[in-house]
Every structure is written in C-alpha cells, then in structure tokens.
Design a binder for this molecule. Structure first.
Ligand SMILES: NC(=O)c1ccc[n+]([C@@H]2O[C@H](COP(=O)([O-])OP(=O)(O)OC[C@H]3O[C@@H](n4cnc5c(N)ncnc54)[C@H](OP(=O)(O)O)[C@@H]3O)[C@@H](O)[C@H]2O)c1
Length: 254
C-alpha cells in the first residue's frame, strides 16, 4: 500500500482524493490545506492539517496547489529526500525544491469541484528525477487510470499549450456563440448536439480532416454576412483571424 499525503484542497485535490479513496493500492493518510473551512470535506474520513510542521511521513506528497505557489511551498517542507510531485501542466519539474526527490503527476483533464469525473480514461502524465520514483508514480497512476504516460517537462509544456487551445479557447468560443444567441432570444441548447458531434467525430477523423464550414469552403459571401452580424469588435477580429487560419491551414488563399 502506497502512503500518500495530499497538499491542497482545490479542484484537483478534491478529484484526486475521491479517486484514490476508491482504490486499494493507495492510501491518503493526510490532507494539507491552509484553512479549516477548505479541509472540512476531507476531515470526515481522513486526517487533515494546516501546518506544514504536522505533515506525516509518506511515500509520496502530491502538491495540488496554484502554479505560482508550488516552488515556495516545496522550499518550506520540513523534511528531506522524500518523493514530492506537483500536478501542474505548465510548471517544470526542476523548480521543485532540491531538498526532496522531484516528480510530476499531471492529470490531463479539466477539473471543477462540483462535476463528477471518471479517472479511468484520463491520461496521467508522469515524470521523475529518479527511475525508481517513476515506478512509484506509474503504480499510483495505474491505481486510478488506464492511461499513464511518461512525459518530460518540455513535452508537458507543449501538451499544456495544446490543452489550453482545445479546452479553454474552444470553451470561450462557446461563450461567444451563446452570447450571440442570448442577445437574439435563442437557446444555447440548440447548439449542443452540434458541439457533441464535433467532439465525437474526433474518434474517427483527424481534426484537419473533420473541418467543415464557410472558411474551409472559402465561401466569401457567407463569411461577409457573418461578419456583419457580429457587433462586438473583439469577437469580429477573432472570427477574421480564425477564418484566415482555417483557410491558410487548408492551403487556399483569401
Ligand atoms: N483545474 C484543472 O482543471 C487542472 C487540471 C490539471 C492540473 N491542474 C493543476 O493542479 C494544480 C491545482 O489546480 P486547482 O485547479 O485544483 O486549483 P484551485 O482549485 O484554484 O485550488 C488551489 C489550491 O491551492 C491552494 N493554495 C494557493 N496558494 C497557496 C499557497 N501559497 N500555499 C498553500 N496552498 C496554496 C489553495 O488554498 P486556499 O483554498 O487556502 O486558497 C487551494 O487549495 C495547479 O498546479 C494546476 O495547474 C489543474
């Protein structure tokens, strides 16, 4: 049984906690959080603490706190030569304090506290300084997911940029679409089957191959008509740039 201490009480910590609680191979022996309020949901079944001097001995410490706080938090840890890993897609492994053995345990998914999520298909991207630690991280990952992959810090940075584009940017485009509909008293629900099919199509088609629409066809009149309907200049500029990018990517000229 691998003994784990979970640091953090936010979105990722909550999801990891639930996932590991359901496994036989990993035991969360303690959760660290800065406030008693945020620790409340963990304290029913698990020991909690809000002072780093109270941290227990464990095989691995998972630091699921804000990216900017990771380095300084690890510098304050009162022990040496233990396995300390963070969960960030963007923070390099080597910014962790030298005092302990470094690693990364990055679950590539979007996490929000109030949404149920199944870990079994979530890629867990692992990295470690020492080969024997990679095996520990692999075992921990396998306890909750079928997809554990070794990814180094440079690769993880690229992965994170892509993840932001396909998740955060695409979601922002949903917002722009929903705003236009709302202003015209139309329900965003009408678009949901289209959104779901666009995503599901990726099971069988590459993104480039799956592209459809006026930009791909270079239908200039339709594009012009759409631009006339967008009153918000920022949204209009995005439409122009995305249209240009699609046309450029599909090898045609504007
Ligand atoms: N959310 C995602 O979709 C996602 C996906 C994959 C990876 N990640 C990574 O997972 C990590 C946590 O993200 P999250 O979304 O769970 O964040 P979050 O919900 O915003 O929670 C942040 C946590 O960090 C704690 N914290 C902030 N500053 C701290 C400090 N100086 N010392 C100690 N604790 C501090 C917060 O404590 P308080 O409550 O006391 O402020 C809170 O528990 C980040 O590295 C993020 O990049 C996030």
């Amino acid at each position: 049984m691998i003994k784990m201490v979970l640091i953090g009480t936010g979105n990722v910590a909550n999801h990891l906690y639930k996932a590991f609680e359901a496994t036989k191979d990993v035991s969360i022996i303690q959760v660290f959080g800065r406030s008693n309020k945020s620790l409340k949901s963990f304290s029913k079944n698990t020991e909690t603490c809000s002072s780093i001097s109270e941290l227990k001995d464990a095989d691995v410490y998972i630091i699921a706190i804000s990216d900017d706080a990771i380095t300084s938090f690890t510098q304050k840890l009162p022990f040496k030569n233990r396995l300390v890993v963070h969960t960030s897609g963007t923070v390099a492994m080597n910014v962790l304090s030298e005092k302990n053995r470094k690693g990364v345990f990055y679950p590539l998914q979007t996490f929000t506290k109030d949404r149920e999520i199944s870990f079994s298909q979530i890629p867990i991207c692992i990295e470690s300084e020492e080969a024997s630690d990679l095996q520990i991280l692999h075992n921990i990952g396998k306890a909750i997911s079928k997809k554990v992959v070794e990814i180094n810090s440079e690769e993880r940075k690229k992965l994170h940029v892509s993840a932001v584009i396909v998740n955060n940017f695409v979601n922002h485009l949903y917002y722009i679409g929903s705003d236009l509909l709302e202003k015209n008293n139309l329900s965003f629900d009408l678009l949901k089957p289209l959104i779901f099919e666009t995503a599901l199509k990726l099971e069988s088609h590459e993104p480039k191959e799956a592209q459809t629409g006026p930009a791909k066809r270079n239908d200039k009149k339709t594009i012009e008509n759409h631009l006339n309907q967008l009153n918000n200049n920022a949204f209009k500029e995005l439409y122009i740039q995305l249209t240009k990018s699609i046309i450029d990517s599909h090898g045609e000229k504007l």
